[in-house]
Design a protein around this ligand. Structure first.
Ligand code: SAH
Length: 294
């Protein structure tokens, strides 16, 4: 049964505000930056097969900060190579932020940006309609597969677009994170089954294993300070709660039972640790890299 609660993603303004606050309260981007710095260069070393031009697709790029860091590593591993970078992002605000970032950052002349203000499935539809034969060397979908109707179909499509030696990078919350526990407990009540899925890299691994697809995986340690959620009426706390539950105005619209259950679970040792008066939620991420065999 579909949940009667409204999904946070239905309100792009509130979604973006709560996402921004989440970034400030968590080590989300720091742990991704560590990964990009320490692991990604080796992952990217083998793509492209010696070509002088690489095709990259970023799906759900947001404001582009993480994308540009990855592109910088790509450039370091493949100097002298030009890059065609397709950005797939439905939020006009985020697309605008990304363009501003690009305009402010020098040294990106080797990249041609193509802006696709659309969802992953609209991009897929267009790609098929135009009978595109172009292949991609590096595709990434970072923290976005929650928002597609059928994550497995989305992975299948983008995998089919990979060139020889190409790589598809997926980052989602880890099955072992507080998110995983929260969603396993309240999936049927919180998750809008149409556009917001409670999926973790644990679910993606099961799906890939069942299809016999091989991949590499990594766990990234990350934390989120959710202390403000426990101060009744705190505006930041409410934004973070919306983000955690993916429910629009969670504390006003959820039943008292659901709210009490979620609040209790959020500070339970399965999800968080408490120290120095702070409640620190386990925000560990999982990374999956799928190779296109050569
Ligand atoms: N990758 C960025 C942003 C993650 S937030 C980062 O890690 O910082 C998720 C992003 O996915 C948002 O920018 C949102 O607008 C976008 N998004 C939402 N639904 C989408 C869909 N159906 N297809 C592609 N992107 C989507």
């Amino acid at each position: 049964m579909a949940s009667p609660l409204k999904s946070l993603v239905d309100d792009d303004n509130r979604y973006q505000t709560s996402f921004q606050l989440f970034l400030e309260r968590s080590s989300e981007h720091q742990c991704m930056q560590d990964f990009i710095h320490n692991k990604l260069p080796d992952i990217l070393a083998s793509i492209g097969d010696g070509k002088s031009h690489l095709n990259v697709i970023g799906v759900g790029s947001g404001a582009g900060g993480i994308d540009l860091e990855m592109l910088t590593k790509l450039h370091m591993k493949h100097p002298g190579v030009t890059v065609d970078n397709e950005v797939v992002e439905p939020s006009s605000q985020q697309l605008h932020n990304y363009k501003v970032l690009v305009s402010q950052k020098p040294g990106l002349d080797y990249i041609k940006f193509t802006w696709n203000k659309m969802t992953a499935s609209e991009f897929e539809e267009q790609w098929k309609l135009k009978k595109m034969t172009k292949k991609a060397d590096f595709i990434h979908m970072i923290q976005m597969l929650y928002y597609v109707k059928d994550p497995e179909a989305t992975i299948n499509f983008f995998q089919s677009v990979l060139d020889k030696n190409g790589k598809l990078l997926i980052i989602l919350v880890s099955g072992e994170s507080g998110w995983g526990k929260l969603w396993r407990t309240y999936r049927s009540q919180l998750c809008n089954t149409e556009i917001s899925q409670c999926i973790t890299t644990g679910d993606i691994k099961s799906f890939l294993d069942s299809k016999g697809v091989s991949y590499q995986s990594y766990e990234l340690l990350s934390q989120m300070d959710i202390t403000e959620c426990f101060t009744e009426g705190d505006e930041n706390g409410e934004l973070l709660l919306d983000f955690l539950t993916e429910v629009l105005h969670f504390s006003k619209s959820a039943s008292p039972e659901l709210k009490a259950g979620v609040m209790e679970l959020l500070r339970h040792p399965d999800c968080s640790v408490e120290s120095d008066g702070k409640v620190i939620f386990n925000n560990n991420l999982g990374v999956i890299v799928i190779d296109q065999p050569s």
